[in-house]
Design a protein around this ligand. Structure first.
Ligand code: SER
Length: 330
C-alpha cells in the first residue's frame, strides 16, 4: 500500500462511520500557544473547548504537521532514529462530545487489524496508569491479552501545549521484532527502536490553565493521531521511514544534488536524511507562508534551513543545495 492509498483507506473508513472528511489545515495555526500545527487536533481546539460549535460531531483528517519547536520538538532526533521527522502527516479521527473511549478504542483496532490486516499479536498498547476504564476496554471489548497492555505515567497524558486541551491517552505500538531490541514491551526504555508507537488515542477531558488548574471540558472528546509515515513503514515492512518509496526518491535526489552517496559512511547517511527531512519541512512551511526571519516561527524555519546547510557542509558540499532539494520535494 502506498501513501495515497493509506490516506484514502483511513478517511474512507471513518467517513463510512459518520465522520466528516476535512482537508488538512495550514501549518500556521490560528493559535498563539504554539508555533506550528503540531497535531491533527490543532484546527479543532475551539471545538474541544466549547468556544465554537462544530458543524459536525465527528471528523477525520490527514493533517500536515511540523514538530520543530515548543512542546513537541523532534528536531534533534531527525536523521538519527528510524522514525522521527520534523514534517509528517497525521491521520486522525475526532469526536467533539460525541463518542468516547468505548468506541474510539475498538475503531482503531478494527482499522489496524481488519482494514490494514496488521498482525494483532505484534500490537501492544499502553494506557495512563490511572485509566482502568481504557485498560478494561482493551482487554474485555477488544480482546488484547493483559500482558500486552502496559500502564505508563506522563507518556500517556497528551497535551497540545502548556495550556489548553489535554487528557489521558492510549498508544498502540508495533513490535518490529527481537532483532531491534530487548523484549518487555513499550514500557522498556531500552527497546524504543523495537516497539514503535503508531497510533495515539487521546481522551480529551481537560483545559489546562496557565496556573496549572485543570478545568473539565464541556464534553469528553476524542482526538487520535497515527503518523502516516510510521504506519506506512509497518505496511511496507521497512526498517525505517527513510526506506519508504517517497523518501527513497528524495534520498536519491539528495545524493545526486550533493554528489555524495549514502552508503559511503553512516554519518553521510544521517546528513542525507537530515537534508531530506529539512527540505520537506522547509518547503511545506514556506508554501504555507512562513518566511525565514529572526523571530518566532520564521526563526525556527531559519534554524531548519541553517541546519540543513550545515549538514551539506559536513558532506563537503558548499554550493547551495536547498532550492534543488525543494524542487525534488515539490
Ligand atoms: N494529539 C495526539 C498526538 O498528537 C493524538 O492525535 O499524539
Amino acid at each position: 500500500m502506498k501513501a495515497r492509498e493509506l490516506r484514502s483507506a483511513f478517511t474512507t473508513f471513518f467517513e463510512k462511520r459518520g465522520h466528516e472528511v476535512v482537508p488538512s489545515s495550514s501549518l500556521i495555526p490560528h493559535d498563539d500557544t504554539i508555533l506550528f500545527t503540531n497535531a491533527g487536533m490543532v484546527p479543532f481546539k475551539n471545538y474541544f473547548l466549547g468556544i465554537e460549535n462544530p458543524p459536525y460531531k465527528r471528523a477525520t483528517t490527514v493533517q500536515k504537521c511540523v514538530r520543530a519547536g515548543g512542546k513537541h520538538n523532534d528536531l534533534d532526533e531527525v536523521g538519527r532514529t528510524s522514525r522521527h521527522l520534523t514534517f509528517f502527516e497525521m491521520m486522525g479521527n475526532f469526536s467533539f462530545g460525541d463518542y468516547f473511549k468505548e468506541d474510539a478504542i475498538p475503531l482503531a483496532w478494527e482499522f489496524f487489524t481488519k482494514v490494514l490486516q496488521l498482525d494483532p499479536e505484534r500490537l501492544w498498547v499502553t494506557v495512563h496508569h490511572t485509566d482502568d476504564e481504557a485498560a478494561q476496554i482493551w482487554e474485555e471489548k477488544v480482546g488484547v491479552p493483559p500482558d500486552r497492555i502496559q500502564r505508563l505515567g506522563e507518556d500517556n497524558w497528551w497535551r497540545m501545549a502548556d495550556t489548553g486541551p489535554n487528557g489521558p491517552c492510549s498508544e498502540i505500538f508495533w513490535d518490529k521484532g527481537e532483532k531491534y531490541g530487548p523484549p518487555g514491551g513499550p514500557e522498556n526504555p531500552a527497546s524504543d527502536e523495537r516497539y514503535v508507537e503508531i497510533w495515539n488515542l487521546v481522551f480529551m477531558q481537560y483545559d489546562q490553565q496557565a496556573d496549572g488548574e485543570q478545568i473539565p471540558l464541556p464534553k469528553p472528546s476524542i482526538d487520535t493521531g497515527a503518523g502516516l509515515e510510521r504506519v506506512l513503514s509497518v505496511i511496507q515492512n521497512v526498517d525505517a521511514v527513510w526506506e519508504l518509496d517517497e523518501f527513497q526518491t528524495l534520498l536519491e535526489a539528495a545524493e545526486s544534488i550533493t554528489g555524495v552517496t549514502k552508503d559511503h559512511e553512516n554519518s553521510n547517511l544521517i546528513s542525507l536524511q537530515i537534508l531530506v527531512d529539512h527540505a520537506r519541512s522547509s518547503s511545506f512551511l514556506i508554501s504555507d507562508g512562513v518566511i525565514p526571519s529572526n523571530e518566532d516561527r520564521g526563526y525556527v524555519l531559519r534554524r531548519i534551513v541553517r541546519r540543513a546547510v550545515r549538514h551539506a557542509y559536513l558532506l563537503g558540499v558548499e554550493k547551495p543545495v536547498m532550492s534543488d532539494l525543494a524542487d525534488a520535494v515539490i
